[in-house]
Design a protein around this ligand. Structure first.
Ligand SMILES: [Zn+2]
Length: 636
Protein backbone atom coordinates (compact mmCIF):
# COMPACT_ATOMS: atom_id res chain seq x y z
CA UNK A 1 0.00 0.00 0.00
CA UNK A 2 1.37 3.41 -0.93
CA UNK A 3 1.61 6.46 1.28
CA UNK A 4 -1.26 8.16 -0.66
CA UNK A 5 -3.63 5.24 -0.26
CA UNK A 6 -2.78 5.09 3.47
CA UNK A 7 -3.71 8.77 3.69
CA UNK A 8 -6.97 8.11 1.80
CA UNK A 9 -7.80 5.18 4.10
CA UNK A 10 -7.26 7.31 7.23
CA UNK A 11 -9.32 10.15 5.73
CA UNK A 12 -12.29 7.83 5.19
CA UNK A 13 -11.92 6.47 8.70
CA UNK A 14 -11.96 9.99 10.19
CA UNK A 15 -14.98 11.07 8.14
CA UNK A 16 -16.96 8.15 9.54
CA UNK A 17 -16.49 9.53 13.04
CA UNK A 18 -17.45 13.11 12.21
CA UNK A 19 -20.97 14.56 12.33
CA UNK A 20 -22.34 14.56 8.77
CA UNK A 21 -22.36 18.36 8.37
CA UNK A 22 -18.60 18.65 8.95
CA UNK A 23 -16.80 18.90 5.63
CA UNK A 24 -13.20 17.73 5.40
CA UNK A 25 -11.20 19.71 2.87
CA UNK A 26 -7.75 18.25 3.25
CA UNK A 27 -5.82 15.92 5.54
CA UNK A 28 -2.07 15.82 6.16
CA UNK A 29 0.42 13.87 8.21
CA UNK A 30 2.07 16.60 10.24
CA UNK A 31 4.97 14.75 11.87
CA UNK A 32 3.37 12.13 14.13
CA UNK A 33 0.00 13.95 14.12
CA UNK A 34 -2.82 13.95 11.60
CA UNK A 35 -4.03 17.43 10.68
CA UNK A 36 -7.60 17.67 9.37
CA UNK A 37 -8.55 20.87 7.52
CA UNK A 38 -12.20 21.87 7.46
CA UNK A 39 -14.07 24.92 6.15
CA UNK A 40 -16.85 24.70 8.68
CA UNK A 41 -17.46 27.48 11.14
CA UNK A 42 -19.34 25.35 13.66
CA UNK A 43 -16.20 23.96 15.28
CA UNK A 44 -18.05 23.92 18.57
CA UNK A 45 -19.68 20.64 17.59
CA UNK A 46 -16.31 18.96 17.57
CA UNK A 47 -15.01 20.77 20.64
CA UNK A 48 -17.98 19.84 22.80
CA UNK A 49 -18.32 16.23 21.66
CA UNK A 50 -16.10 13.20 22.26
CA UNK A 51 -15.17 12.95 18.59
CA UNK A 52 -11.48 13.79 19.15
CA UNK A 53 -11.17 11.36 22.06
CA UNK A 54 -12.96 8.61 20.12
CA UNK A 55 -10.73 9.18 17.12
CA UNK A 56 -7.54 9.01 19.19
CA UNK A 57 -8.78 5.88 20.92
CA UNK A 58 -9.95 3.93 17.91
CA UNK A 59 -7.23 4.96 15.49
CA UNK A 60 -4.45 5.14 18.11
CA UNK A 61 -3.28 8.26 16.32
CA UNK A 62 -3.36 11.89 17.37
CA UNK A 63 -5.72 14.04 15.32
CA UNK A 64 -5.78 17.86 15.28
CA UNK A 65 -8.37 20.01 13.51
CA UNK A 66 -7.60 23.18 11.55
CA UNK A 67 -10.61 25.37 10.85
CA UNK A 68 -11.51 28.15 8.46
CA UNK A 69 -8.02 28.70 7.21
CA UNK A 70 -9.24 31.36 4.77
CA UNK A 71 -11.57 33.16 7.13
CA UNK A 72 -9.19 33.80 10.01
CA UNK A 73 -9.32 37.34 11.34
CA UNK A 74 -6.40 39.62 10.60
CA UNK A 75 -3.64 39.13 13.27
CA UNK A 76 -3.63 42.76 14.43
CA UNK A 77 -7.43 42.75 14.78
CA UNK A 78 -7.22 39.44 16.62
CA UNK A 79 -4.64 40.86 19.00
CA UNK A 80 -6.90 43.85 19.64
CA UNK A 81 -9.84 41.52 20.24
CA UNK A 82 -7.90 39.36 22.74
CA UNK A 83 -6.62 42.37 24.67
CA UNK A 84 -10.18 43.71 25.01
CA UNK A 85 -11.57 40.36 26.04
CA UNK A 86 -9.02 39.33 28.70
CA UNK A 87 -8.79 41.21 32.00
CA UNK A 88 -5.62 43.20 32.62
CA UNK A 89 -4.93 41.13 35.74
CA UNK A 90 -3.87 38.27 33.47
CA UNK A 91 -0.80 40.39 32.57
CA UNK A 92 -0.39 39.34 28.95
CA UNK A 93 3.27 39.74 27.97
CA UNK A 94 3.22 38.55 24.36
CA UNK A 95 0.82 37.49 21.60
CA UNK A 96 2.20 35.58 18.66
CA UNK A 97 0.70 33.92 15.58
CA UNK A 98 1.60 30.56 14.14
CA UNK A 99 0.14 30.80 10.63
CA UNK A 100 0.90 27.23 9.63
CA UNK A 101 -0.93 25.75 12.59
CA UNK A 102 -3.54 28.48 12.81
CA UNK A 103 -2.63 29.10 16.42
CA UNK A 104 -2.48 32.28 18.45
CA UNK A 105 -0.04 31.86 21.33
CA UNK A 106 -0.89 34.00 24.34
CA UNK A 107 1.88 34.38 26.89
CA UNK A 108 0.85 35.75 30.28
CA UNK A 109 1.77 35.84 33.95
CA UNK A 110 -1.58 34.27 34.89
CA UNK A 111 -2.69 31.87 32.13
CA UNK A 112 -5.67 30.79 34.27
CA UNK A 113 -7.26 34.22 33.73
CA UNK A 114 -6.64 34.03 29.98
CA UNK A 115 -8.37 30.65 29.84
CA UNK A 116 -11.35 31.82 31.92
CA UNK A 117 -13.93 29.70 33.76
CA UNK A 118 -14.24 26.33 31.99
CA UNK A 119 -12.28 27.76 29.08
CA UNK A 120 -14.92 30.39 28.26
CA UNK A 121 -12.41 32.95 26.95
CA UNK A 122 -10.64 30.46 24.73
CA UNK A 123 -13.97 29.48 23.23
CA UNK A 124 -14.83 33.14 22.53
CA UNK A 125 -11.48 33.67 20.82
CA UNK A 126 -11.93 30.58 18.67
CA UNK A 127 -15.45 31.43 17.59
CA UNK A 128 -14.79 35.08 16.83
CA UNK A 129 -11.34 34.97 15.24
CA UNK A 130 -11.03 31.36 13.99
CA UNK A 131 -7.55 31.26 15.51
CA UNK A 132 -6.89 28.34 17.85
CA UNK A 133 -5.68 29.91 21.13
CA UNK A 134 -2.82 28.37 23.11
CA UNK A 135 -1.73 29.76 26.47
CA UNK A 136 1.76 29.74 27.94
CA UNK A 137 3.08 31.11 31.22
CA UNK A 138 5.59 33.97 31.24
CA UNK A 139 8.52 32.56 33.20
CA UNK A 140 9.39 34.64 36.30
CA UNK A 141 13.07 34.53 35.29
CA UNK A 142 13.90 35.40 31.69
CA UNK A 143 15.85 32.72 29.83
CA UNK A 144 18.14 33.70 26.96
CA UNK A 145 17.95 30.19 25.52
CA UNK A 146 14.17 30.09 25.45
CA UNK A 147 13.85 33.47 23.77
CA UNK A 148 16.49 32.45 21.23
CA UNK A 149 14.60 29.23 20.44
CA UNK A 150 11.30 31.12 20.15
CA UNK A 151 12.78 33.70 17.78
CA UNK A 152 14.27 30.95 15.69
CA UNK A 153 11.01 29.00 15.48
CA UNK A 154 8.84 32.01 14.71
CA UNK A 155 11.14 32.96 11.80
CA UNK A 156 11.11 29.45 10.38
CA UNK A 157 7.45 28.42 10.69
CA UNK A 158 7.01 27.48 7.03
CA UNK A 159 10.31 25.60 7.01
CA UNK A 160 9.24 23.73 10.15
CA UNK A 161 5.92 22.84 8.60
CA UNK A 162 7.72 21.36 5.56
CA UNK A 163 9.96 19.40 7.92
CA UNK A 164 6.90 18.00 9.71
CA UNK A 165 5.22 17.00 6.43
CA UNK A 166 8.36 15.11 5.38
CA UNK A 167 8.61 13.40 8.75
CA UNK A 168 4.91 12.52 8.55
CA UNK A 169 5.40 10.88 5.17
CA UNK A 170 8.27 8.78 6.48
CA UNK A 171 6.43 7.69 9.64
CA UNK A 172 3.39 6.56 7.67
CA UNK A 173 5.22 4.74 4.90
CA UNK A 174 4.17 1.12 4.39
CA UNK A 175 6.27 -1.57 6.06
CA UNK A 176 8.11 -4.03 3.84
CA UNK A 177 8.65 -6.93 6.22
CA UNK A 178 6.41 -9.11 8.36
CA UNK A 179 9.04 -10.20 10.88
CA UNK A 180 10.31 -7.50 13.23
CA UNK A 181 13.76 -8.88 14.23
CA UNK A 182 14.40 -6.24 16.88
CA UNK A 183 18.09 -5.59 17.44
CA UNK A 184 19.86 -3.43 20.00
CA UNK A 185 23.38 -2.27 19.13
CA UNK A 186 25.61 -0.59 21.71
CA UNK A 187 27.17 2.49 20.08
CA UNK A 188 28.38 4.13 23.30
CA UNK A 189 27.96 4.25 27.07
CA UNK A 190 28.14 0.50 27.60
CA UNK A 191 30.54 -0.56 30.37
CA UNK A 192 31.48 3.13 30.62
CA UNK A 193 29.89 6.47 31.58
CA UNK A 194 29.76 8.94 28.69
CA UNK A 195 28.74 9.10 24.99
CA UNK A 196 25.49 7.16 25.61
CA UNK A 197 24.07 5.97 22.29
CA UNK A 198 21.91 2.97 21.43
CA UNK A 199 20.81 1.88 17.97
CA UNK A 200 17.42 0.11 17.89
CA UNK A 201 16.54 -1.62 14.63
CA UNK A 202 13.74 -3.60 13.10
CA UNK A 203 13.85 -4.84 9.53
CA UNK A 204 11.99 -1.67 8.54
CA UNK A 205 13.17 1.02 10.94
CA UNK A 206 16.21 2.53 12.62
CA UNK A 207 16.10 4.59 15.82
CA UNK A 208 18.81 6.14 18.00
CA UNK A 209 18.28 6.46 21.75
CA UNK A 210 20.53 9.26 23.06
CA UNK A 211 23.49 10.63 21.13
CA UNK A 212 26.00 11.57 23.80
CA UNK A 213 29.48 12.95 24.10
CA UNK A 214 32.27 11.57 26.27
CA UNK A 215 33.15 14.43 28.62
CA UNK A 216 35.97 12.68 30.50
CA UNK A 217 37.87 11.18 27.59
CA UNK A 218 38.91 13.54 24.80
CA UNK A 219 40.44 10.70 22.73
CA UNK A 220 37.27 8.68 22.55
CA UNK A 221 34.61 11.37 22.49
CA UNK A 222 32.15 10.06 19.92
CA UNK A 223 29.77 7.10 19.86
CA UNK A 224 30.83 4.27 17.48
CA UNK A 225 29.09 5.64 14.37
CA UNK A 226 31.54 3.71 12.18
CA UNK A 227 30.08 0.25 12.73
CA UNK A 228 28.37 -1.36 9.70
CA UNK A 229 24.97 -1.64 11.44
CA UNK A 230 24.61 2.16 11.52
CA UNK A 231 23.63 4.22 8.50
CA UNK A 232 22.73 7.89 8.91
CA UNK A 233 20.69 7.80 5.71
CA UNK A 234 18.32 5.13 7.04
CA UNK A 235 17.78 6.77 10.42
CA UNK A 236 14.06 7.33 11.22
CA UNK A 237 14.22 9.10 14.56
CA UNK A 238 16.39 10.20 17.47
CA UNK A 239 15.02 10.06 21.01
CA UNK A 240 16.80 11.94 23.79
CA UNK A 241 16.29 10.80 27.40
CA UNK A 242 17.65 13.98 29.01
CA UNK A 243 19.75 17.07 28.40
CA UNK A 244 23.12 16.17 29.97
CA UNK A 245 25.83 16.23 27.30
CA UNK A 246 26.77 12.58 27.78
CA UNK A 247 23.26 11.87 26.41
CA UNK A 248 22.54 14.80 24.06
CA UNK A 249 25.92 16.37 23.23
CA UNK A 250 26.40 14.83 19.77
CA UNK A 251 22.90 15.36 18.37
CA UNK A 252 23.83 18.43 16.23
CA UNK A 253 26.69 16.39 14.74
CA UNK A 254 24.09 14.18 12.99
CA UNK A 255 22.62 17.29 11.29
CA UNK A 256 26.09 18.43 10.24
CA UNK A 257 26.40 15.19 8.28
CA UNK A 258 22.98 15.34 6.67
CA UNK A 259 20.39 13.83 9.02
CA UNK A 260 17.05 15.61 8.50
CA UNK A 261 14.72 13.46 10.61
CA UNK A 262 13.05 14.22 13.93
CA UNK A 263 14.31 14.40 17.52
CA UNK A 264 11.77 13.43 20.18
CA UNK A 265 12.18 14.60 23.79
CA UNK A 266 10.34 16.67 26.41
CA UNK A 267 10.19 20.45 26.11
CA UNK A 268 12.61 21.07 29.03
CA UNK A 269 15.03 18.57 27.49
CA UNK A 270 14.94 20.54 24.22
CA UNK A 271 15.56 23.83 26.04
CA UNK A 272 18.27 22.54 28.37
CA UNK A 273 20.15 20.53 25.74
CA UNK A 274 20.15 23.50 23.35
CA UNK A 275 21.64 25.60 26.16
CA UNK A 276 24.34 22.99 26.88
CA UNK A 277 25.17 22.38 23.20
CA UNK A 278 25.55 26.12 22.50
CA UNK A 279 27.75 26.43 25.58
CA UNK A 280 29.85 23.48 24.38
CA UNK A 281 30.40 25.15 20.99
CA UNK A 282 31.42 28.35 22.77
CA UNK A 283 33.90 26.56 25.06
CA UNK A 284 35.47 24.80 22.06
CA UNK A 285 35.80 28.17 20.30
CA UNK A 286 37.34 29.81 23.34
CA UNK A 287 39.81 27.04 24.08
CA UNK A 288 40.75 26.46 20.44
CA UNK A 289 39.51 22.84 20.51
CA UNK A 290 38.28 21.52 17.13
CA UNK A 291 34.48 21.70 17.15
CA UNK A 292 32.51 18.61 16.16
CA UNK A 293 29.67 20.93 15.02
CA UNK A 294 28.68 24.59 14.83
CA UNK A 295 25.84 26.81 16.08
CA UNK A 296 24.10 26.28 12.74
CA UNK A 297 23.86 22.55 13.43
CA UNK A 298 22.40 23.23 16.89
CA UNK A 299 19.76 25.38 15.20
CA UNK A 300 18.99 22.58 12.73
CA UNK A 301 18.48 20.23 15.66
CA UNK A 302 16.02 22.66 17.30
CA UNK A 303 13.98 22.97 14.08
CA UNK A 304 13.69 19.19 13.84
CA UNK A 305 12.69 18.65 17.48
CA UNK A 306 9.16 17.46 18.24
CA UNK A 307 8.53 18.03 21.95
CA UNK A 308 6.42 15.39 23.68
CA UNK A 309 4.79 15.35 27.08
CA UNK A 310 4.94 12.34 29.38
CA UNK A 311 2.42 9.58 28.77
CA UNK A 312 1.51 10.46 25.14
CA UNK A 313 1.76 7.51 22.75
CA UNK A 314 3.36 8.69 19.50
CA UNK A 315 4.00 6.99 16.15
CA UNK A 316 7.66 7.47 15.27
CA UNK A 317 8.10 4.83 12.54
CA UNK A 318 5.71 2.54 10.66
CA UNK A 319 6.32 -0.22 13.23
CA UNK A 320 7.36 1.72 16.38
CA UNK A 321 5.39 3.75 18.94
CA UNK A 322 7.10 5.88 21.59
CA UNK A 323 5.95 6.96 25.07
CA UNK A 324 8.04 9.02 27.51
CA UNK A 325 7.68 8.76 31.32
CA UNK A 326 9.34 10.62 34.21
CA UNK A 327 12.78 9.24 35.17
CA UNK A 328 13.37 11.49 38.23
CA UNK A 329 16.96 12.44 37.24
CA UNK A 330 16.82 16.07 36.05
CA UNK A 331 14.11 18.44 34.74
CA UNK A 332 12.34 16.76 31.81
CA UNK A 333 14.40 13.54 32.03
CA UNK A 334 12.50 10.55 30.70
CA UNK A 335 12.29 6.79 30.61
CA UNK A 336 11.79 5.74 26.99
CA UNK A 337 9.12 3.10 26.24
CA UNK A 338 9.09 1.63 22.72
CA UNK A 339 6.28 -0.54 21.37
CA UNK A 340 7.27 -2.56 18.32
CA UNK A 341 4.85 -3.91 15.73
CA UNK A 342 1.16 -4.54 16.31
CA UNK A 343 0.80 -5.93 19.82
CA UNK A 344 4.37 -7.10 19.44
CA UNK A 345 7.31 -6.33 21.67
CA UNK A 346 7.91 -3.69 24.37
CA UNK A 347 11.21 -2.23 25.48
CA UNK A 348 12.08 0.33 28.18
CA UNK A 349 15.33 2.34 28.40
CA UNK A 350 15.80 4.11 31.74
CA UNK A 351 18.38 6.71 30.65
CA UNK A 352 19.69 8.21 33.90
CA UNK A 353 17.18 7.40 36.60
CA UNK A 354 16.42 8.21 40.24
CA UNK A 355 14.01 5.91 42.01
CA UNK A 356 13.54 8.22 44.99
CA UNK A 357 11.66 11.47 45.36
CA UNK A 358 13.94 14.49 45.56
CA UNK A 359 13.07 18.09 46.39
CA UNK A 360 13.03 18.89 42.71
CA UNK A 361 11.36 15.86 41.11
CA UNK A 362 9.06 12.89 41.65
CA UNK A 363 10.67 9.44 41.54
CA UNK A 364 10.90 7.45 38.30
CA UNK A 365 7.73 5.88 36.89
CA UNK A 366 7.35 2.08 37.25
CA UNK A 367 4.01 1.30 35.56
CA UNK A 368 3.90 0.41 31.87
CA UNK A 369 1.30 -1.27 29.69
CA UNK A 370 3.86 -3.96 28.79
CA UNK A 371 7.62 -4.52 29.12
CA UNK A 372 9.48 -7.48 27.67
CA UNK A 373 13.00 -6.11 28.08
CA UNK A 374 14.63 -3.32 30.08
CA UNK A 375 17.89 -1.43 29.58
CA UNK A 376 18.95 0.04 32.93
CA UNK A 377 21.74 2.40 34.03
CA UNK A 378 24.42 1.13 36.46
CA UNK A 379 26.23 4.33 37.57
CA UNK A 380 26.00 3.22 41.21
CA UNK A 381 25.54 -0.45 40.41
CA UNK A 382 28.57 -1.74 42.32
CA UNK A 383 28.22 -3.66 45.61
CA UNK A 384 30.04 -0.85 47.48
CA UNK A 385 27.76 1.84 46.06
CA UNK A 386 25.63 2.51 49.07
CA UNK A 387 24.38 6.06 48.72
CA UNK A 388 23.73 7.61 52.13
CA UNK A 389 20.18 8.86 52.69
CA UNK A 390 19.24 12.35 51.64
CA UNK A 391 18.66 13.27 55.28
CA UNK A 392 22.16 12.15 56.31
CA UNK A 393 23.75 14.05 53.43
CA UNK A 394 21.77 17.21 54.21
CA UNK A 395 22.84 16.90 57.86
CA UNK A 396 26.48 16.52 56.85
CA UNK A 397 26.23 19.47 54.46
CA UNK A 398 24.94 21.61 57.32
CA UNK A 399 27.88 20.63 59.53
CA UNK A 400 30.46 21.28 56.81
CA UNK A 401 28.95 24.69 56.01
CA UNK A 402 28.75 25.79 59.65
CA UNK A 403 32.26 24.65 60.58
CA UNK A 404 33.77 26.25 57.45
CA UNK A 405 32.01 29.58 58.12
CA UNK A 406 33.22 29.45 61.74
CA UNK A 407 36.82 29.23 60.51
CA UNK A 408 36.14 32.16 58.19
CA UNK A 409 36.40 29.89 55.14
CA UNK A 410 34.54 29.63 51.88
CA UNK A 411 32.73 26.60 50.45
CA UNK A 412 33.10 25.64 46.79
CA UNK A 413 30.58 23.18 45.33
CA UNK A 414 31.27 22.23 41.69
CA UNK A 415 27.93 21.35 40.10
CA UNK A 416 26.51 20.40 36.73
CA UNK A 417 24.50 23.43 35.59
CA UNK A 418 21.40 21.28 35.30
CA UNK A 419 20.10 19.14 38.13
CA UNK A 420 22.26 19.15 41.25
CA UNK A 421 22.57 22.96 41.09
CA UNK A 422 18.80 23.45 41.39
CA UNK A 423 18.49 20.71 44.02
CA UNK A 424 21.10 22.53 46.14
CA UNK A 425 19.49 25.92 45.56
CA UNK A 426 16.30 24.56 47.13
CA UNK A 427 18.18 22.99 50.07
CA UNK A 428 20.31 26.10 50.75
CA UNK A 429 17.28 28.40 50.51
CA UNK A 430 15.59 26.29 53.19
CA UNK A 431 18.70 26.19 55.41
CA UNK A 432 18.96 29.97 55.41
CA UNK A 433 15.27 30.79 55.74
CA UNK A 434 14.95 28.37 58.67
CA UNK A 435 18.11 29.79 60.30
CA UNK A 436 19.92 26.41 60.12
CA UNK A 437 23.02 28.03 58.63
CA UNK A 438 24.29 31.63 58.75
CA UNK A 439 22.93 33.95 56.12
CA UNK A 440 26.09 34.10 54.05
CA UNK A 441 25.94 35.11 50.39
CA UNK A 442 25.48 32.27 47.90
CA UNK A 443 27.04 32.83 44.49
CA UNK A 444 25.97 31.08 41.29
CA UNK A 445 28.54 31.05 38.50
CA UNK A 446 28.52 29.54 35.01
CA UNK A 447 25.34 28.40 33.35
CA UNK A 448 23.48 27.78 36.62
CA UNK A 449 21.28 30.89 36.54
CA UNK A 450 20.28 30.29 32.93
CA UNK A 451 19.44 26.64 33.69
CA UNK A 452 17.43 27.79 36.71
CA UNK A 453 15.46 30.22 34.52
CA UNK A 454 14.55 27.28 32.26
CA UNK A 455 13.33 25.41 35.38
CA UNK A 456 11.00 28.29 36.22
CA UNK A 457 9.62 28.21 32.66
CA UNK A 458 8.64 24.52 32.90
CA UNK A 459 7.05 24.11 36.36
CA UNK A 460 4.83 21.26 35.08
CA UNK A 461 7.80 18.93 35.17
CA UNK A 462 8.74 19.68 38.83
CA UNK A 463 7.72 17.63 41.89
CA UNK A 464 4.13 18.03 43.09
CA UNK A 465 4.94 19.92 46.28
CA UNK A 466 7.44 22.25 44.61
CA UNK A 467 4.87 23.00 41.90
CA UNK A 468 2.23 23.60 44.58
CA UNK A 469 4.59 26.02 46.38
CA UNK A 470 5.46 27.91 43.19
CA UNK A 471 2.08 28.03 41.47
CA UNK A 472 -0.35 28.25 44.38
CA UNK A 473 1.52 29.56 47.40
CA UNK A 474 3.64 32.08 45.52
CA UNK A 475 6.82 30.75 47.18
CA UNK A 476 9.46 30.20 44.56
CA UNK A 477 12.85 29.22 46.05
CA UNK A 478 14.49 29.94 42.68
CA UNK A 479 13.60 33.63 43.04
CA UNK A 480 15.06 34.04 46.55
CA UNK A 481 17.39 36.99 47.01
CA UNK A 482 19.85 34.85 48.99
CA UNK A 483 21.40 34.04 45.61
CA UNK A 484 23.67 36.26 43.51
CA UNK A 485 24.63 35.51 39.92
CA UNK A 486 28.29 36.02 39.05
CA UNK A 487 29.41 36.28 35.45
CA UNK A 488 32.25 38.76 35.02
CA UNK A 489 35.85 38.27 36.01
CA UNK A 490 36.02 41.20 38.46
CA UNK A 491 32.87 39.96 40.19
CA UNK A 492 34.60 36.60 40.57
CA UNK A 493 37.67 38.30 42.10
CA UNK A 494 35.41 40.05 44.61
CA UNK A 495 33.89 36.73 45.65
CA UNK A 496 37.36 35.22 46.12
CA UNK A 497 38.58 38.21 48.19
CA UNK A 498 35.33 38.55 50.13
CA UNK A 499 33.68 37.16 53.25
CA UNK A 500 32.69 33.53 53.96
CA UNK A 501 30.26 32.33 51.34
CA UNK A 502 29.02 29.36 49.31
CA UNK A 503 29.94 29.17 45.61
CA UNK A 504 28.04 26.90 43.23
CA UNK A 505 29.96 26.82 39.96
CA UNK A 506 30.22 24.78 36.76
CA UNK A 507 31.73 22.56 35.51
CA UNK A 508 30.61 19.89 37.94
CA UNK A 509 33.60 17.62 37.36
CA UNK A 510 36.25 20.37 37.35
CA UNK A 511 37.07 19.93 33.67
CA UNK A 512 37.12 23.69 33.02
CA UNK A 513 34.95 26.71 33.56
CA UNK A 514 34.62 28.91 36.67
CA UNK A 515 34.70 25.99 39.18
CA UNK A 516 38.36 25.37 38.26
CA UNK A 517 39.21 29.08 38.56
CA UNK A 518 37.69 29.20 42.04
CA UNK A 519 39.49 26.02 43.03
CA UNK A 520 42.88 27.45 42.04
CA UNK A 521 42.18 30.58 44.09
CA UNK A 522 40.78 28.81 47.16
CA UNK A 523 42.88 25.62 47.18
CA UNK A 524 45.79 26.66 49.38
CA UNK A 525 43.77 27.98 52.34
CA UNK A 526 43.02 25.15 54.77
CA UNK A 527 40.00 27.02 56.12
CA UNK A 528 38.12 26.50 52.84
CA UNK A 529 36.08 23.45 51.81
CA UNK A 530 35.41 21.69 48.52
CA UNK A 531 32.29 19.53 48.32
CA UNK A 532 31.46 17.06 45.55
CA UNK A 533 27.75 16.34 45.22
CA UNK A 534 27.60 14.52 41.88
CA UNK A 535 29.19 11.61 40.06
CA UNK A 536 32.78 12.31 38.89
CA UNK A 537 33.54 10.59 35.60
CA UNK A 538 36.89 8.78 35.31
CA UNK A 539 39.63 10.95 33.85
CA UNK A 540 38.28 14.27 35.14
CA UNK A 541 40.10 16.45 37.69
CA UNK A 542 37.15 15.91 40.05
CA UNK A 543 37.65 12.15 39.94
CA UNK A 544 41.43 12.52 40.52
CA UNK A 545 40.85 14.70 43.60
CA UNK A 546 38.30 12.19 44.95
CA UNK A 547 40.97 9.51 44.61
CA UNK A 548 43.41 11.50 46.75
CA UNK A 549 45.22 13.82 44.33
CA UNK A 550 46.19 16.99 46.18
CA UNK A 551 48.04 18.99 43.53
CA UNK A 552 46.88 20.75 40.38
CA UNK A 553 49.26 21.66 37.60
CA UNK A 554 48.23 24.19 34.99
CA UNK A 555 49.63 26.61 32.46
CA UNK A 556 49.09 30.24 33.45
CA UNK A 557 48.36 33.22 31.21
CA UNK A 558 52.12 33.77 30.67
CA UNK A 559 52.56 30.20 29.43
CA UNK A 560 54.36 29.02 32.57
CA UNK A 561 53.50 25.80 34.35
CA UNK A 562 52.20 26.41 37.84
CA UNK A 563 51.51 24.10 40.72
CA UNK A 564 48.77 24.58 43.32
CA UNK A 565 48.59 22.47 46.46
CA UNK A 566 45.15 21.53 47.70
CA UNK A 567 45.17 22.32 51.40
CA UNK A 568 41.41 22.88 51.60
CA UNK A 569 39.09 20.21 53.03
CA UNK A 570 37.61 17.82 50.48
CA UNK A 571 34.23 16.11 51.01
CA UNK A 572 31.94 13.93 48.90
CA UNK A 573 28.21 13.88 49.65
CA UNK A 574 26.70 11.13 47.50
CA UNK A 575 23.22 11.54 49.01
CA UNK A 576 22.44 14.39 46.60
CA UNK A 577 23.01 12.19 43.56
CA UNK A 578 20.50 12.22 40.72
CA UNK A 579 21.19 8.53 40.09
CA UNK A 580 19.72 5.51 41.87
CA UNK A 581 21.86 3.67 44.40
CA UNK A 582 22.25 -0.10 43.99
CA UNK A 583 19.40 -0.66 46.44
CA UNK A 584 17.17 1.89 44.67
CA UNK A 585 17.85 0.04 41.41
CA UNK A 586 16.75 -3.21 43.12
CA UNK A 587 13.61 -1.52 44.43
CA UNK A 588 12.84 -0.20 40.95
CA UNK A 589 13.21 -3.72 39.54
CA UNK A 590 10.93 -5.15 42.24
CA UNK A 591 8.24 -2.50 41.64
CA UNK A 592 8.27 -2.24 37.86
CA UNK A 593 5.02 -3.49 36.29
CA UNK A 594 4.79 -5.72 34.41
CA UNK A 595 8.06 -7.61 35.00
CA UNK A 596 10.55 -7.64 32.11
CA UNK A 597 11.96 -11.01 31.05
CA UNK A 598 15.35 -9.62 30.09
CA UNK A 599 17.39 -6.90 31.84
CA UNK A 600 20.37 -5.27 30.09
CA UNK A 601 22.82 -3.00 31.98
CA UNK A 602 24.73 0.04 30.70
CA UNK A 603 25.97 3.51 31.83
CA UNK A 604 28.46 2.43 34.51
CA UNK A 605 32.12 1.52 34.84
CA UNK A 606 32.82 -1.98 33.51
CA UNK A 607 32.84 -3.67 36.94
CA UNK A 608 29.55 -2.01 37.93
CA UNK A 609 27.67 -2.97 34.77
CA UNK A 610 28.81 -6.57 35.20
CA UNK A 611 28.24 -6.75 38.96
CA UNK A 612 24.74 -5.25 38.71
CA UNK A 613 23.86 -7.68 35.95
CA UNK A 614 25.08 -10.65 38.10
CA UNK A 615 23.11 -9.43 41.10
CA UNK A 616 19.90 -9.08 39.07
CA UNK A 617 20.39 -12.57 37.68
CA UNK A 618 21.03 -14.18 41.08
CA UNK A 619 18.63 -12.28 43.31
CA UNK A 620 15.80 -11.44 40.94
CA UNK A 621 16.18 -14.55 38.77
CA UNK A 622 16.08 -12.77 35.46
CA UNK A 623 17.93 -13.22 32.23
CA UNK A 624 20.53 -10.44 32.10
CA UNK A 625 23.08 -9.10 29.65
CA UNK A 626 25.86 -6.60 29.99
CA UNK A 627 27.05 -5.94 26.43
CA UNK A 628 30.18 -4.07 25.42
CA UNK A 629 30.21 -1.16 22.97
CA UNK A 630 29.82 -2.36 19.37
CA UNK A 631 27.95 -5.50 20.45
CA UNK A 632 24.47 -6.35 19.11
CA UNK A 633 21.70 -8.18 20.96
CA UNK A 634 18.76 -9.73 19.14
CA UNK A 635 15.66 -8.96 21.23
CA UNK A 636 13.14 -10.95 19.27
ZN1 LIG B 1 22.48 12.60 33.40
Amino acid sequence: MSFESELQRIKEQIIQYLPSDIKVKKIEFEGPEIAVYSENTNLDIIESSDVLKDLAKSMRKRVVFRWNVEERKDPSETEEYIKNLISEDAEITNIEFDHTRGEVIIESVKPGLVIGKKGVNLKEIRLNTFWQPRTIRTPPLASRTISLIRQMLSKERQHQKDILLNIGKRIHRPTLFKELDIRLTALGGFREVGRSCILMQTRDSNILLDVGLNVGNKNDQFPNFDIPEFSLRDLDAVIISHAHLDHSGMVPYLYKYGYRGPIYCTLPTRNLSTMLQLDFVQICEKEGIPMPYSKRDVKSAVLHTIPLSWGKVTDIAPDIKLTLHNSGHILGSSLIHLHFGKGGYNFVYTGDMKYQKTRLLEKAAVKFPRVESLLIESTYGGPQDRIPSRQDSEHELRQILNSTFKRGGKVLIPVLAVGRAQELIIVLEEFISKGIIDQVPIFLDGLISEATAIHTANPDFLSLDLREKILHQGKNPFLSDFFTTVSARDERDNVIMGEPCVILATSGMLIGGPSVQYLKALAEDKNNSLIFVSYQVNGTLGSRIQRGFREIQYTNAKGRTQLVRLNLNVFTLEGFSGHSSRSQISQFLRRIQPKPKLVITNHGEESKCVSLSTMIHKKLRKATKSPKNRETILLK
